[in-house]
Design a protein around this ligand. Structure first.
Ligand code: NAD
Length: 458
């Protein structure tokens, strides 16, 4: 990966703006061609992407296909199937007083979009917003994460070959290059990553009144009660937590339950880990690694906050940490202060449902909350009494694979949402269009002066 020279950035953005202004990106045909080429290159170069994702995160080929490459291909297929409908102007009804007239909403592209991506799903999160930006007819700058350098480098080599370089550019780099990008004017900034940088992005966007989508993180809780089959719950929790070595924004961060429930759940989680990853997960190619030494050291620091019922081991040289479930974790311990974002799952005792709801509501609004309960009254209380980007009953993570469900956070977990049609809407402006014939009508009689007494009585 070689970083883009900072002094080239203004020219690159100006070039994209020129293309947008000259209508390169507007035709449906152009959008379809770009999306189709992106789809083709994801499939043709699939094994190269798998290799890059393995190099950056130890991600297995199957996981790379399921959570990154295949996910993008499905999103593109969905966009291609629905593009004509999304682009179509929508007729709206008008109040009687406005008649005769016609009202329409025309979705128009915003202009030049900037997509800033993180390292944890470095391919999917760099390109998924781009699908929406292109579908909506925008030019776009992609800034992959420098912390996943193999994937970022591959994106930078492959995308300009596959897509129209007049309207799509990849900028490689870190803080300096992103800072330079943020000093340019964009028409939408789509940022995925942590809230600290999210604030930097929002500040920069404020200067140019640029709309932003912030896809952030947080501590997503899982709540389990005694009404559900715990063996299946354990398996689903272990799957959602330990995929990508726990480095998933919507992974269950920790589990809440009464001591009795957690006492039964803990050994089942250990069984689930062994079932998914065998007895030596660190050596299992299906289990990924921590992205870098800084993250690894932070995670090792959490291990002493509880007792490991499974895992607890690690290998600093290879950055592998075993899938770890911790019990006896005090609520004020470090592991409960910030998003874990690694393969450590603390189990937190609560007295009852009220205690769990109070705990979640005392913290920042999470990106997701997961509830495992067969009791509809319990599920309703989570719906009504908590706020989170998403709420999953009976399964973690999977909501993000449904194109009809908005994907995004609330409060500290972000603002704005995408996937499916929403990805198109994020990068579109809904222009209100009112057409009225010029022959005189009651409009003139009622709203224009002189306001006679007779009119007042209307
Ligand atoms: P990261 O360190 O790769 O940073 C994200 C992007 O911000 C990178 O492209 C990086 O170059 C840029 N950046 C970093 N510092 C910057 C600065 N000072 N100024 C300008 N740009 C800067 O990734 P990360 O933030 O560590 O990602 C992990 C976080 O992202 C977690 O909190 C996770 O929950 C969240 N996340 C959210 C989602 C979602 O969809 N909501 C998805 C994945 C990750």
């Amino acid at each position: 990966m070689s970083f883009t020279a900072v002094d080239r950035i203004p020219g690159i953005v100006a070039g994209l703006r020129y293309s947008f202004a000259h209508g390169v990106t507007w035709p449906e045909q152009w959008r379809r061609e770009q999306l189709t080429r992106l789809r083709d290159v994801l499939i043709e170069r699939g094994s190269d992407f798998e290799r890059a994702l393995f190099a950056d995160l130890g991600k297995s080929g199957t996981e790379a296909q399921l959570t990154e490459i295949g996910f993008l291909v499905s999103e593109i297929d969905h966009a291609l199937q629905n593009l004509a409908r999304w682009m179509r102007p929508r007729r709206v009804g008008l109040p009687l007083a406005l008649q005769p007239a016609a009202g329409r909403i025309i979705p128009e592209p915003l202009g030049v979009a900037l997509v800033i991506a993180p390292w944890n799903y470095p391919l999917m999160l760099a390109l998924s917003p781009v699908i929406g930006a292109i579908a909506a007819g925008n030019a776009v700058v992609i800034k992959p994460s420098e912390l996943a350098p193999e994937t970022a480098g591959l994106i930078a080599r492959i995308i300009p070959d596959a897509l129209d370089t007049r309207a799509v550019a990849v900028i490689e780099g870190g803080v300096e290059e992103t800072t330079a990008l943020l000093s340019e004017r964009f028409d939408h900034i789509f940022y995925t990553g942590n809230g600290k940088v999210g604030r930097i992005v929002a500040h920069a966007a404020a200067d140019t009144l640029t709309p932003v989508t912030l896809e952030l993180g947080g501590k997503s809780p899982a709540y389990v009660d005694e009404s559900v089959p715990l063996t299946e719950v354990a398996k689903r929790l272990a799957w959602g937590k330990f995929m990508n070595a726990g480095q998933t924004c919507v992974a269950p961060d920790y589990v809440l339950g009464t001591a009795a429930v957690l006492g039964r759940l803990a050994p089942l989680l250990a069984d689930a880990v062994h079932e998914l990853y065998g007895s030596a997960p660190r050596d299992n190619p299906d289990f990924g690694r921590v992205v870098n030494r800084a993250q690894f050291d932070r995670l090792v620091g959490y291990l002493s906050d509880g007792a490991a019922v499974v895992g607890g081991g690690y290998d600093a040289d290879s950055l592998h940490m075993d899938p770890t479930v911790l019990t006896g974790v005090p609520r004020d311990s470090r592991v409960m202060q910030e998003e874990i974002f690694g393969p450590i799952l603390p189990l937190i005792d609560v007295a009852d449902l009220d205690d769990a709801l109070d705990w979640v509501n005392a913290g920042e609004k999470p990106l997701a909350a997961y509830v495992f309960s067969d009791d509809s009254a319990v599920r309703r209380r989570w719906e009504r009494e908590t706020s989170s980007g998403a709420l999953g009953f009976g399964v973690p993570v999977m909501h993000l694979t449904a194109p009809e469900l908005p994907f995004g956070g609330v409060g500290e977990s972000g603002m704005g949402a995408y996937h499916g049609e929403l990805s198109f809407r994020v990068f579109s402006h809904d222009k209100a269009v009112l057409s009225k014939p010029l022959r005189p009508d009651t409009l003139a009689a009622t709203v224009m002066p002189p306001f006679t007494a007779a009119k007042d009585g209307l």
